[in-house]
Design a protein around this ligand. Sequence first.
Ligand SMILES: NC(=O)C1=CN([C@@H]2O[C@H](COP(=O)(O)OP(=O)(O)OC[C@H]3O[C@@H](n4cnc5c(N)ncnc54)[C@H](O)[C@@H]3O)[C@@H](O)[C@H]2O)C=CC1
Ligand SMILES: CC(=O)C(=O)O
Ligand SMILES: [Mg+2]
Length: 630
Amino acid sequence: MSNFSNQIRASSALITRFKRLREFQFCSNPVLMRSRSFTTTEGHRPTIVHKRSLDILHDPWFNKGTAFSFTERDRLDLRGLLPPNVMSTEQQIERFIVDLKRLEVNARDGPSEPNALAKWRILNRLHDRNETMYYKVLIANIEEYAPIVYTPTVGQVCQNYSGLFRRPRGMYFSAADRGEMMSMVYNWPADQVDMIVVTDGSRILGLGDLGVQGIGIAIGKLDLYVAAAGINPQRVLPVMIDVGTNNEKLLKDPLYLGLQEHRLDGDEYVAVIDEFMNAVFTRWPNVIVQFEDFQSKWAFKLLQRYRCTYRMFNDDVQGTAGVAIAGLLGAVRAQGKSMIDFPKQKIVVAGAGSAGIGVLNSAWKTMARMLGNNESAFESALSQFWVVDAKGLITEEREYIDPDALPFARRVKEVNRQGLREGASLVEVVREVKPDVLLGLSAVGGLFSKEVLEALRGSTSTRPAIFAMSNPTKNAECTPEEAFSIVGDNIIFASGSPFKDVDLGNDHIGHCNQGNNMYLFPGIGLGTLLSGSRIISDGMLQAAAECLAAYMTEKEVLNGIIYPSISSIRDITKEVAAAVIKEAIEEDLAEGYRDMDARELQKLSQEEIVDFVKNNMWSPHYPTLVYKND
Ligand SMILES: NC(=O)C1=CN([C@@H]2O[C@H](COP(=O)(O)OP(=O)(O)OC[C@H]3O[C@@H](n4cnc5c(N)ncnc54)[C@H](O)[C@@H]3O)[C@@H](O)[C@H]2O)C=CC1
Ligand SMILES: CC(=O)C(=O)O
Ligand SMILES: [Mg+2]
C-alpha cells in the first residue's frame, strides 16, 4: 500500500515538474499566452463546493471527469478515483466524439435510425456524468446533434422511453398526486428555476398520445433552451403531468412507466393542471412555463385560462405561429416582392389543430394589420385562407366546427363559385385555388402526394412555397426531393424536421429550410426572463416573429433560404430575446431582471439591450472548485 502510494507520489511529482516546465515555456511565448486564457479557467471565480470524493464525480454539475487537475484531485480527495492521465477539455471532447462516430463507421448501411437512438443514449450518458461537457459538445456541434436531442430522434426516444429510462431527469406530477403538489415542488433541489417545459404527453410531435414517455420532449426542448438561449442548466426543469393515457398499447404494456388508466378529462383534468401551476409559481414566482405538445382540445383552453395570470405560453400554438409567419414573409420576399404584398398570398393550410389554427390566426392578424387593421381589413384577409382537415375543406356547411377553426370556415356560395364544396379533398382545393403557399400541419406523412404536388404546378405564384411542417421526419407531408422534382426547381421549401438540401444538377441546390419553432421559443423564453415581464403579450410574440423574418438577407431569401442555419441559433436567439425585451419595455410590461431594474432597462439603446442579453447567456466552462465545509 505504502509502496503504491510512494510510486503514485513520485510519478505525480515528476508530472508536476514536467507541467511546470511546460508552463514556463508556455508563459514565455506571448502567442501561446494569449491563447491560454481561452483554455484555462483563469478569470472565473472559484465555485465553493460542499462535497468531495465520489460525491463530486457523481454530480454532473461539478464533475469534470478526467479533466480534474492534480492539485484539484488532492484538494477534493479524488486521487486514485480517476485514471492518472489529466485530459484537457478538448481531449475529452475528441475522445467522446470518436466514440460517437465509431457507430457510424460500424453501421453496415450508413447512419440509420437505431444509430440515432444509440447516439442519443451516448449523449444522455454524458449528460449524466458531466453536464458542462455535454453542453459544450451540443453547442459546438449543434447542427449535428440537434436532430438527436430534438426532432426527429427525440420522437423515437419518447416512443421508447420506458426502455431508455436510466437516471431520472425532471419532475413527474401525476393524477395520484392531487393535493400534494404544493409540497412536492420542494423536492426539486434548485431554489431557482427559470424555465419549465411541461407536457401531458397527449400529442407528442405527430406521434400521438405517448403518456408519461412524453417527458422526452420537455427534456429535448430544454436542451435547446440551454444550447440556444444560454439558460443556466441548473435552472431548467422538465415536467411531465401524468393524467393517464388513452394509448391502448401503453395501457397494456407491463414495462410502461406511467399511470395505467385512461386520461382524466373535464374539470378533473383542469384541476390537476391548476394545482400544478399554483404550486410551481408559489415556489418559483419568476419561472416561465412553456406548454408543449398538449392535444389541441386542451392547448387553446389552457392558454386562455393562464396567459393573463401567469408567465406562460404555448409553444405549439404561439411559437409555431411566429416561425410560420417569418417563413411566409420570407416566401413573399423570395418572389422578389415586398413583405407588404403578403395580404395578396393565397394560402392553403392542411391541418386545423393547435399548430394549424395558431398559424392561421397569426397570419390572418398580420395580413389585417397590413391592410389597415379595421373590420374590412380582417374580412378581406380571411378570404386568403382555405383550411383542409381530416374531413376535407372546412366550410360553414360543416355540422360541427371547432370554435377555434370557425373564423376560417369558408362561405358555401363562395367556394361553390370556385368549383369547390364542403369537404373537398386537398388535391381538389389545390387544383382550384392555385395557391401561392401550401402549408401542412396535419401530422400525416406523405399527405402532399404526387397528385397534390402536381396540382400545385398550376399555382399562380412565380415561386410557390411548400411548408411540410409536421414532425418527426416520417410525418412530414412530403420530402424536399418530391417537392422539387414534381413542382419545380424554383419553389421555396421548408420542413419541420431537418432534411438535406437537394442537388438539382447543373450546380444548383434546392434549399431545404427547417421551419421549426426552435427558432423562436428559446428567444421568447430568454427575452421574457430578462425583461421581467409578468406575462407574454401578443406584441412580444409578434416582435419575436418579425425579428426572425428580418434576420435573413435579401440575397439569402432570393436564393430560397428563408430560415437561418441552425449553426447560428445562438445568435438568432440573442436577437429574438432582445426584440422581445424591447417590446416588453415599449408596452410598459418590463419589470427588470436582477440589477437591471425597469428604469435602467428603459434607458438602454438597441445595442445595449443586445449586450445585456449576451452577457446573461450561460456558456459551459469548468470553474475552479474549492471545498468549503459548513
Ligand atoms: N414545425 C413545427 O415547428 C411544428 C410542427 N408541429 C407539427 O404539427 C403537427 C400537428 O400538430 P397539432 O396541430 O397539435 O395536431 P392535431 O392532431 O391537433 O391536428 C392535426 C390536424 O390535422 C388534421 N388532419 C388529419 N388528417 C388530415 C388529412 N388527411 N388531411 C388534412 N388534414 C388532416 C386533423 O383534422 C387536425 O385538424 C404535428 O405533426 C406536429 O409535430 C407542431 C408544432 C410545431
Ligand atoms: C416542433 C414541435 O413543437 C412539434 O412538432 O410539436
Ligand atoms: Mg411541440
